[in-house]
Every structure is written in C-alpha cells, then in structure tokens.
Ligand binder design. Structure first.
Ligand SMILES: Nc1ncnc2c1ncn2[C@@H]1O[C@H](COP(=O)(O)OP(=O)(O)OP(=O)(O)O)[C@@H](O)[C@H]1O
Ligand SMILES: O=C(O)[C@H](O)[C@@H](O)[C@H](O)[C@H](O)CO
Length: 378
C-alpha cells in the first residue's frame, strides 16, 4: 500500500504525465491523482475516431492529426482549473511544440517525463490486452519523442522501476516548489503562444445538436429530471434492499424487479436525450472521405436510415406492448407493457429527431462540427 507523501506543503495543482506509449502514463497518472485527490484526465479518450482508426491500423499520427486533440485537452485542463480542482493529465506530449501548446493553456503546468527504453515499452504494450495501440507503433513513438530535458518545470523519472515508486517520486516533486527562475521561464513560455481557446461550458459533442430552441431546453429539462428520478429510485431501492437483507435477513424482492424496470427506462430516456444533443450517432467517418458537396446527400441518407430503423423499432415495441398488457411481471405484478413503453416513446422520438435532422441538412448553412467523437480506449 502507498504511504502518504512526506512533505506537508500544498502540492502544485497541474501536471502532465508524459512519455511514449507503454511508459506507464495512465497507471502513474491514476496513482498520482488518487494520492493527491486530483482529477485524472486521460488523453487517449480525447482522440478523434479517425485518429484511433489510424493508430489501430499501425499508422503513426502526424502533427496535423494531433492538433485538434491537443486543443481538446487544453479545454479540458482549463475546465479543471475553472472548477478549482487539481488535475493529472496522462498524455504522450511527445514533441516540444505539443508541450508548449499545453503549457500555454495552463501557465505553470508541470511535466513528469516517464523515461523507459524501447524494449520495456514494447514489452508493456505487447502484454496489455484490450487497447488499440499496436506494438508496431512503439518505434515511431521513440522517433517522434523530443526530449524535454532542459525545459522548465520538468521532472525526469526512470519509469522502469515499480509503478508505486514512480508515483511516489512524482507526488514528492509536486510538493516541492519550482525555483523562481524556472517558474519565470515557464510563465514566459506560456505567454508566447497565440490563440488560446477560451474555456467552453459545454463538453465537446460528437456532432451538432439536432435543434436548439426553447422546446429543446424543455425537452432536456424533462429528460434530465426523469433520468435523475429514475437513478435516485434505483439507488434507493437497491440500498433499502441491502439494508433489509442485512438487518432483517430477507430483502424486498420487488426492489430488484422495479430497479430493473427503472434501468430500462433510464437507458431509453438517455438515448432520446443524447440524440437531441447530437451525442448519440454520428456517421462522419466515411462521409468525410467524400468531397463536401456530397456531404448533404450522405447525411440525408443516414438520417433517413436512422428514421426508418427507429420507426421499425417503435412498431416492434408497439406489438410487444399489445401482448404486455395481458402479462404481469412475476413479483410486483405490473403489466409488462410498462417495460416496453419507454422503447416505443424513445424510438418515436428518435425517428422524429432524425427527420428534423434531415430537414436541417437542407435548410441551414452547415457549420464544421465543433469536435469529433471522443473514443474511450483505456
Ligand atoms: N512501472 C511499471 N512497471 C511495470 N508495468 C507497468 C508499469 N507502469 C505501467 N505498467 C504496465 O504497462 C502497461 C502500459 O501501461 P500504461 O497503459 O499506463 O502506459 P501508457 O504510457 O499510458 O501507454 P499508452 O500511451 O499506450 O496508453 C500496462 O499493462 C501497465 O499495467
Ligand atoms: O501522440 C500519440 O501518438 C498518441 O497520443 C499515442 O501516444 C497514443 O494516444 C497512445 O500511446 C495510445 O495509448
């Protein structure tokens, strides 16, 4: 188990754990964040779908591929600063220009470089399951890496040692003040970069919201409230059940059945809500390979396909409901149609939203989507 960091001074609030793939950034970042009570930001989750596909196919990312990704990370770091939480960003930050871009968003940002040799990185990436990064790209990571030696506010860590020791070293360094000469250089570096993006309140979307007006706000309020109530109900029911089991030796069987029902509702209300916000389905991967002139046509086809698919699902749900009225759930005895109702409503909502999207495709001047999909990899 880890021991507390020896010094009692307030730690620096912002750090990037950098290094090549397999150096142990994610693991170290999670450890440091846990120890210092900071937010862990995983840069891998901010790559566009296109970047992930490139890496999966064994193609190293270029500077251009990384620019939007870095900008999303800048916004995420600024959000943490605004929220007043310290953060640990796990990010390769291989080139000097990438690091300067990040420094520019958060003056005083520190970096801990996890240094490993090629064989160690290769072995760790090779042994890691369920990750998109192939071992064939490890070499290119070393080729791209520009050493941060000599840059202000950088800790050099030998990351071939045990993860706990690496975390310990980083945490101790976070408590140590940076010499004032180095700090001045750090702040100076940050102010050199132009065009810092201003922090945005909304998280990046996979595409544009389908519509944005008073009705959209009401729709969001309705779905958000419904989801909060359903979630609270599920937590409450499970909690009561556990307490009853422990305190009285037998639980309330209905709790399980009703929380399952609430879960079904939660999923389908969430589906309709995220579709409105433009976060549910976004078919840009193939579309973006075509000239812009073809985009409207391709978008229209996908909107029509979504509308048709959702319409068919609504129809199916309607049939299921017919049977559901006659059948009761085994424990509480509610008509099973109630479990199909959210499917029906949400599929009708999806079909309608897809049609609105279709109309928007032809009605509005199209803006470039604000951000590409966030892909969860770790
Ligand atoms: N210090 C360490 N000693 C031994 N194994 C480690 C150490 N740090 C990390 N690992 C292991 O190496 C693998 C890669 O670690 P991790 O995912 O943290 O690396 P990463 O630098 O974030 O890689 P990527 O950039 O590809 O996401 C994981 O299986 C992890 O458990
Ligand atoms: O700059 C890069 O090339 C990327 O950030 C990579 O480092 C990957 O994201 C990571 O290694 C996959 O886990």
């Amino acid at each position: 188990m880890t021991s507390p960091v020896s010094t009692s001074a307030t730690p620096a609030q912002a750090i990037v754990i950098m290094g090549v793939s397999g150096s142990g950034k994610t693991e170290t970042s999670l450890g440091v964040a846990r120890r210092l009570g900071f937010r862990h930001i995983e840069a891998d989750h901010f790559h566009s779908a296109e970047n992930v596909v490139r890496m999966q196919a064994g193609t190293p990312l270029t500077d251009t591929d990384r620019i939007e990704w870095l900008d999303r990370l800048r916004l995420e770091m600024q959000k943490a600063v605004q929220d007043g939480t310290g953060f640990v960003l796990s990010c390769s930050a291989l080139r000097r220009s990438y690091r300067d871009r990040l420094r520019d968003a958060v003056p005083g940002l520190r970096f801990a470089h996890l240094s490993v040799d090629y064989e160690t990185a290769l072995q760790r990436v090779g042994e890691r399951a369920d990750h998109y990064m192939p071992t064939s790209l490890v070499k290119s990571q070393f080729d791209t890496l520009e050493s941060p030696k000599g840059e202000p506010g950088v800790l050099w860590v030998d990351a071939s040692k045990a993860c706990e020791a690496v975390v310990e070293e980083v945490c101790a360094w976070m408590h140590a003040p940076i010499p004032s000469s180095e700090m001045a250089a750090l702040i100076g570096l940050a102010s050199k970069m132009p065009d810092a993006p201003s922090p945005r309140k909304e998280p990046p979307l996979t595409s544009e919201p389908i519509y944005n007006n008073r009705m959209a706000q009401r729709f969001d309020t309705l779905t958000d409230s419904l989801m909060a109530v359903l979630m609270a109900f599920m937590v409450g029911a499970v909690f009561v059940n556990v307490v009853l089991r422990y305190a009285f030796g037998s639980g309330w069987a209905g709790a399980e059945e009703l929380s399952r029902l609430a879960f079904v509702w939660l999923i389908f209300v969430g589906v309709a809500s995220s579709m409105r916000r433009g976060e549910l389905m976004c078919f840009t991967l193939i579309r973006d390979k075509f000239p812009r002139i073809a985009h409207r046509l391709i978008d229209s086809v996908s909107a029509l396909l979504i509308a048709t698919g959702s319409g068919l699902s609504a129809w199916g749900a309607w049939y299921q409901m017919q049977f559901g009225w006659q059948n009761a759930s085994p424990v509480v005895g509610y008509p099973l149609a109630i479990a199909m109702l959210p499917v029906l409503v949400s599929m009708i909502a999806l079909a309608m939203l897809a049609l609105v999207q279709l109309i928007n495709t032809w009605r509005t001047e199209r803006a470039v989507p604000p951000a590409l999909a966030n892909v969860t990899a770790d």
